[in-house]
Structures are given as C-alpha cells and as structure tokens.
Write a protein of this length. Structure first.
Lengths: 189, 299
C-alpha cells in the first residue's frame, strides 16, 4: 500500500511540477503599432500586454486592454477608442494559438528559435485566423519572444470614414516584444 | 488488492494530465491580469456642451483654436437675412498644460470682453478597480470689458470692468451614447447697472448629449438663473440651447439654436433677454480645431 501512495504522491507531484515548469508568463508585454501615411504618422505603445507561453505544448495566448494603448498624439488616442476600435463595446483584444510543429528541444538557451504561430486573433469583436512568424530565445531564466506582423483594418471591420481616409493607414504593422518569466501561480494574492 | 492500487494510480495519472490541457490558457490569463482602472474618455466631444464649458479639456500638449458665433434673430425676416447679417463672436486659444489642467485666452465682441480662464480636471470617471462614477472639472474665469463707458466723464477704476466666474462641472457618461452634466455657476460682477442689481449671480446649468452615430450627437443645455427677477432692465430669461455636435477628425463642429446672443458665461447666463416662447432665437455655431504642439513621449 505504501508503494501505491508513494506512486500517487509522485504522480501528483509530477503534474504539479510540470504545470509550473512549462508555463511562462508576462503581464508587461510590449506592443507597438504605427499608422503611416504621407500626411501623418500615428503610433502607440502598449506596455501591459498579458501573455502565457506553454513550452511543453507550444500554446501561446495574449490579452490586452485596448484602452491601455498610449498614443503620442493624445487626440488620436480618443479617436482610436471612440471611433475606430470602440473600446467600450470591445474592451479587449486577444490571441489564442500555438506554435506550428513545436519542438521544445529547439528552445535551447541563447539560440534563436524561429517559429510560426497560428491562431485566432480577436480585435474589435472580430476573430480572424492568423499565421505569423516570430522568434523565441531563452536566456537564463527568461524567454524573449519577438514578432512583427501586419494587420488590415478591413479584416477587423474597423471603418475609416472618407473624410480622414488619407490620414489613417489601411495596413497597420505591429511589433510584439515579450519577456516571459517562469509562471508562479499567484492565486490572485 | 494490488491491481486496485494500480487502477487507482492510472486513473489519477489520466485525471491529472488533462487538467492542464483543458484549462483554457486564455481564461487563466484573464484571472492573472488584475482588473485595472480604466478612465472613461470623451464624455463630450468638445470642450463646450454648447455655451457652457464641458468637463473635457485639451490634453497635455494640445492647443485648441475655438471660434464661436451667434447670429441675429432668425425671425428678423429677409431684410436682415434671417439674422445672418448680424453676429456676436468669441475666439480663443486654449492649451492643455497637462492632461488635467488647461488655460485659455479669448476675446468676445459683445461688450468687448477679453477673457482668461483655467480649467482643472482633478476627477475623472473610470471603470474597473477604484471606479469613479463621475468626472469633475473646476472652471475659473476672469473677464474685463474694454468698451468705452457711455459717458467719458465716468472715471472708474479698471477693477470695475471685471467679472469673475466659477463653475463646478460634474458629468457622467452613462453609456457611450448618453452623457449628462450639471454645472453650478457663480458669477461675480464688479460693476452692475444699478444699486438694486446683485453683484453675485448663481445659476444651475444642466446639459447633455445623445450620440446617435459615431460622429454626430444631439446636445441640449439649459441654465436656471436664480434671482433673475431682481435684475433691472429688460427681463432676463433662462438660456436654452439645442443643437448638433459633428466631429470630423481634429475638428468638432457644433451648430445649434439658442435664445442667448452672448457667448461668455456672464452674458449668456445673466444677460439673455430673448426667449423661446416669443420665438426669439439665434442660430449659433462653435468650431474647434486642435493642434498637437507637444507630442507625448512614452519610451
């Protein structure tokens, strides 16, 4: 009987350990986007992007509050929230996806692991399948993730009225810069 | 008995494994990210409800060029081109020193007033953690008339030309389509027409907007002037204004109908001598153009 309990204990322990060991977390992820036109550049940063990376399964998720984008043009921030992404109706943007052909062994310290991430990106209440490239790099006790990709406003049903059509770009490049740390369950404390 | 232990063990192993797989990472993330305090923006599109200042102000680094016009009486007929021949106007420059402090300088045609003001917005409506139900701004203004006195023999100190205004503007955005504001207003006039006229006036302003598309809103504003029957001269009426707010990028255009010809607070609150009941109405508009003087740095 003792052996059985030892086994049960070990199984539980293993599950616990693996759950903690493979989840990486950040709530201070950085995003940057710019709408570049000949007339005006409108750019914004987001420093409170939350993300989990599961290095066992290759799952990756992001969530962010649209309202927390900081614009260099203050009036653009108001227009962004009020007229374009409608932050009160759709407060969050999320991404849920996984790394294609994920191989945990390639996440070797100090070596870039080029990945392709596929999943559902939800902005402005519209969910779209995306497939983008990125780089993971493990250094010491952190994992950095970087990606650059472009979205079309049209895809997410973000309408630009004719009157400001030449001031807002139709394609928006986005830079993603994450610094994950091993996840320690905070339990909301 | 041994196999029971093994089965039990296997069961636990299987039961234990999916826990992590099934646990939706996105839900976990939501729990992990604590709710933050999110300010409620754009209670009003403009820094004015119509005549009255709104709780909004320029953000730090933004400069507003604000132009207001009130045309003559609509019912003045074709001879006066339905009031368009005549107008009172006010132009001002208003600058956001920080996100919560704005200063402005302006000039009004009626009684040739120069005005200066400061608007502070210490309280912002917010959602989430430590939610705040309303936004509040304090508006403090001083104005001085540069008009010649009717009789040049009058020798009066410059101080008598001044009027001061204080307002507490409290607004709540109930929904993206509905914002309401109350605006208790105190006006102190250093010189009044007769000794019977009170120097101090108190008025309660009420206003709101109903946004029916992303860029167009219906706005309404009304002021109740206390003691208005004590004022000498022509009877005074409470100003009521109804109009549309139209936003186009960095411009806000407000067009409305009002019974006040004056644009500054002491005028539209204390000197409105026309009334809706006699159909004595003016068409008015406000145009606001915002320039970003200093871009914010976030690095």
């Amino acid at each position: 009987m003792n052996k059985i309990f030892t086994l049960i204990f070990l199984i539980i322990l293993c599950n616990q350990v693996s759950a903690q060991d493979t989840l990486w977390f950040t709530k201070t992820g950085h995003l940057y986007f710019i709408s570049h036109t000949d007339i005006i550049d409108i750019d914004a940063n987001h420093y409170q992007t939350g993300s989990f990376l599961n290095t066992r399964t290759g799952e990756i998720v992001f969530t962010l509050l649209m309202k927390s984008f900081k614009f260099s043009l203050p009036l653009a921030e108001e227009h962004f929230n009020e007229n374009y992404v409608e932050s009160e109706k759709f407060p969050k943007a999320t991404f849920k996806g996984r790394i294609l052909d994920y191989d945990a062994m390639k996440l070797f310290p100090d070596i870039d692991y080029k990945v392709i991430v596929e999943g559902d990106l939800t902005i402005h209440g519209v969910t779209s399948k995306v497939k983008e490239q990125g780089v993971l790099r493990r250094t010491g006790n952190e994992i950095r993730a970087n990606s650059k990709f472009t979205i079309l406003l049209e895809t997410y049903n973000i309408k630009v009225p004719n009157i400001v059509e030449d001031k807002v770009a139709k394609e928006i490049p986005i830079d993603v810069e994450m610094k994950y740390e091993p996840y320690k369950k905070s339990g909301g404390k | 008995m041994r196999w029971i232990g093994w089965v039990f063990g296997m069961f636990l192993l299987l039961a234990g494994l999916p826990v992590q797989g099934q646990n939706d990472l996105l839900d976990m993330l939501d729990q992990e990210i604590k709710p933050v305090r999110v300010p409620v923006d754009a209670t009003f599109k403009s820094t004015r409800v119509i005549n009255c200042h709104s709780v909004e102000r320029m953000r730090g680094g933004d400069l507003e060029f604000h132009v207001s016009h009130r045309f003559g009486l609509i019912n003045s007929g074709f001879k006066k081109f339905y009031g368009l021949d005549e107008s009172s106007s006010h132009v001002s420059l208003e600058y956001g020193i920080t996100d919560w402090m704005e200063v402005g300088l302006g000039r009004a045609t009626v009684n040739e007033y120069f005005n200066g003001f400061a608007k502070f917005s210490p309280i912002r409506q917010s959602k989430g953690r430590w939610a705040m139900p309303v936004s509040a701004s304090i508006y403090l203004a001083a104005m001085t008339t540069t008009k010649d006195y009717p009789d040049p023999a009058w020798v009066v100190d410059a101080i008598h030309r001044r009027t001061f205004v204080a307002q507490i503007l409290v607004a709540r955005k109930f929904a993206p389509w509905l914002s309401l504001q109350v605006s208790p207003t105190w006006i102190h006039r250093n010189m009044v027409a007769t000794p019977q006229d009170p120097n101090r006036l108190f008025a309660l302003g009420m206003g709101g907007r109903l946004k029916f598309t992303k860029r167009v809103a219906l706005s309404i504003e009304y002021f109740l002037l206390k003691d208005r029957t004590l004022l000498t001269g022509p009877p005074r009426y409470n100003p009521l204004s109804i109009g549309l707010d139209i936003e186009t990028g960095s411009h806000v255009f407000q067009i409305f109908v009002t019974n006040s010809f004056n644009i500054l607070e002491n005028g539209f609150i204390g000197e409105t001598t026309r009334t809706w009941t006699k159909k004595e109405l003016h068409v008015g508009f406000n145009i606001s153009r915002v320039f970003t003087v200093i871009r914010k740095k976030h690095e």
